[in-house]
Design a protein around this ligand. Structure first.
Ligand SMILES: [Mg+2]
Length: 192
């Protein structure tokens, strides 16, 4: 169960940040990105929030004002995803089955873009958000999960696999591993 199923490069995020509020969206736009596929749970709001707070609404609205098309891409069920997407006035794919390509394909159908280089994804899980993005040919930004406490058993299992994968990434991608570990507040082994 704890085996790495795909080549390690499939698990490597293109960048990582502490929260969605720390990302420089202007810079992303200047670099040519036009569409953001974003995870909901533990990326925008924690699992125990039914609705976003003012600060979340404001951020997504600001991102849209820059010129981005924002699409939510969530493995959670229709009722929760629809309710949250409506609050943000954003299109959404629910039951996305990340890391399968299915949900990403559905989201891209809603998107207006001329090259996959214009699309970036944001999520808090390497095993679903980052892996699915890379397999779909999309660059993924990893953020630190907002609140780990309410995670479901399968997400907890994914976190264990994630730790193993991050250790394995260290050989070929030490810079991104250092960044991930710094965000998590872990000691950086190769700096000893
Ligand atoms: Mg998530």
């Amino acid at each position: 169960m704890l085996n790495v199923l795909f080549g390690i490069k499939n698990y490597v995020p293109y960048d990582c940040y502490e929260t969605i509020f720390d990302i420089d969206y202007q810079k992303l736009y200047q670099s040519g990105k036009r569409v953001i596929l974003i995870d909901i749970d533990n990326t925008i709001i924690p699992y125990d929030f039914d609705l976003p707070k003012e600060e979340h609404l404001k951020l997504i609205s600001e991102i849209k004002k820059i010129g981005f098309q924002v699409i939510f891409l969530s493995n959670n069920h229709q009722e929760r995803v629809k309710k949250i997407a409506q609050a943000f006035d954003v299109e959404a794919i629910y039951s996305a089955c990340k890391p399968l390509k299915k949900g990403f394909r559905q989201a891209l159908k809603l998107a207006t873009f001329s090259s996959k280089k214009e699309v970036v994804t944001i999520g808090d899980q390497i095993m679903t958000d980052v892996l699915g993005s890379n397999r779909s040919g999309l660059e993924a930004i990893l953020v630190k999960p907002i609140k780990r406490k309410n995670e479901k058993w399968y997400t907890k299992l994914n976190r264990k696999i994630e730790n193993r994968i991050v250790r394995r990434m260290n050989k070929n991608y030490p810079e991104i591993v250092e960044k991930i570990r710094e965000l998590r507040g872990e000691a950086v082994e190769n700096k000893m």
